[in-house]
Design a protein around this ligand. Sequence first.
Ligand code: BGP
Length: 474
Amino acid sequence: MNYKTLAAFPENFLWGASTSAYQVEGAWNEDGKGPSVIDARDSYPEGTTDFKVASDHYHRYKEDVALFAEMGFKAYRFSIAWTRIIPDGDGDINQKGIEFYSNLIDELLKYKIEPIVTMYHFDLPNALQKKGGWSQRATIDAFERYSKVLFEHFGDRVKYWLTINEQNMMILHGSALGTLDPNLKNPKKELYQQNHHMLVAQAKAMNLCHDMLPEAKIGPAPNIALIYPASSKPEDIVAAFNYNAIRNWLYLDMAVHGRYNTTAWAYMKEKGYTPVIENGDMEILQSAKPDFIAFNYYTSQTAAASKGDGSDEVARGGDQHLKTGEDGVYRGSSNPHLKKNDFGWEIDPVGFRSTLREIYDRYQLPLIITENGLGAFDQLEENDTVNDDYRIDYLKQHIEQIQWAITDGVDVFGYSPWSAIDLISTHQGCSKRYGFIYVNRDEFDLKDLRRIRKKSFYWYKEVIASNGEVLKGS
Ligand code: BGP
């Protein structure tokens, strides 16, 4: 629908930006931190850095938070590294880890920036992985205990909690993210068992949060992007339904209603991936209710009918956002109406509005966008300037679509794009940059790691200061 005027962003809208611990902090083995599955990787894609130093946020968080405050952030979404808090995942608590996040939270609150905490963003403790990781039910208990430690130590100051970042991407594209255990014998079957365990762990954490912190709010944080049918051909429509059910709704139906949707279940049955569900699991899943839905959105996806000849699954160069497919289920398709970014990801701001509407229609819960952004090869120019107009353009178009969705009646309470500051990409190194703040380093030369405000820094500052009003005049 078109409108004569668009609704304003709500007062107290949480403008901010996001990072994750392993991609920004560095200090991978300092102050008692244990290794995560990311630290334990024996190789990284050719020509890309490891995560040992990253943006050195661990040592420079005060300077970084001051810059976030200068941009006017109302919120900052970051993750806590499980291995800083409990180095081996289920053993002793590391006081130094508690201290670091406690200080970070205090620093944010000093500037009235609302901390939004992701409890687990891809970096499972490697000690747990060695014991079978999410294939073991013991990891559910370990996560519940870890949650308890977080709520006990930070619950007095943190009001917004996110359980697991992009669980759906870990299940569907774990090899791109470095989270897939290469030793799994029947990876897909095993992954859906792990998926079930993670969902139970999430439900337990949500219940615990509500018991321990009645004032706090908690929700899931999957990557949700509406799937289009490649054409109006009825078979393409069914393919889009299939992929939507498996990629998107499986995760949100479980988080909100505690049930496997029928298509996802039929898919797992057909493929032989159904998980073992223990007595009591479904009750736990049904008892847990999120207070909101957080989701990440970068691009939409398009699906056509499967050819059924084994050719649907295409190599995507191990990228979580490029098209793929699955025999008998759907076949990934390009969308001729969309432009692509430097990495082949389709850019679809209108699809963002549709995604917001669809999620809200299905679940009727407040929404917050916890990632959205443009990865690009930024260039540091003379006098410490970075002219990232392409990023401003991308963000502007997406923020406008949030405003359309708000006018449609969708309850959106925050926008936290990726990323607050340059950090290391999941599998494309540090040259693929997303931040409002440039970090002066290359893949293998750490240089001086100094912070430089990009053009988008000043632009976003205006957006926040005007509560989005400035976009109307541009
Ligand atoms: C999401 C992850 C982030 C982030 C982002 C950008 O899938 O939650 O951790 O990295 O994608 O992706 P990439 O780093 O692959 O460019």
